[in-house]
Design a binder for this molecule. Structure first.
Ligand SMILES: [Fe+2]
Length: 168
């Protein structure tokens, strides 16, 4: 069996200690797990939504899950850029995620869209703490800037989720 490396960081000399970049990578792998969970949940809602606004919401959620797919790829690649390896199994994602799956089967109502918005809010709160941790605790300004950009994407997605189901 081919030898597996747990870290490629020994070849990096970018001014961040291996211990610090490992901490950042661990946090980013948890973010990755939540992004995958939210991606799957958004897909589920896209497939199973029913109601008066089915067509608009079906198409809207299509855009949202594609945006999450781009974020997932960016987070995985960020972990590689700082010299570590990205998780890639459902087992790891379920163990690492802090968001909860949507367990119900059958149709999804428009009211459930609020659950997606609150998941985005939870990720935004988590990322707000990571912005400071990455920069101040782990000397990784690049990952701090990166996660700031991801947080802003979630702010936009959460706004659109709320606006799409607002009745006022
Ligand atoms: Fe589709």
């Amino acid at each position: 069996m081919a030898k597996t490396k747990n870290s490629a960081n020994d070849i990096l000399n970018t001014g961040i200690s291996n211990a610090n970049s490992k901490k950042v990578a661990d946090d980013l792998n948890q973010v990755l797990a939540d992004e995958v969970l939210l991606y799957i949940k958004t897909l589920k809602f896209h497939w199973n939504i029913e109601g008066r606004d089915f067509h608009a919401l079906h198409l809207f959620l299509d855009v949202q899950y594609h945006q999450l797919q781009i974020i997932i790829d960016a987070v995985g690649e960020r972990i590689r850029k700082i010299g570590h390896f990205a998780s890639g199994s459902m087992k790891e994602f379920l163990a690492g995620a802090s968001l909860k799956e949507h367990p119900a089967t059958g149709s999804v109502s428009e009211l459930s869209i609020a659950e997606l918005a609150s998941d985005h809010d939870a990720l935004i709160r988590k990322m707000r703490t990571l912005i400071d941790d990455f920069d101040e605790k782990y000397d990784d300004a690049g990952s701090s800037d990166f996660i700031t950009g991801i947080m802003k994407e979630h702010e936009k997605m959460a706004w659109m989720l709320r606006a799409s189901t607002s009745r006022s």
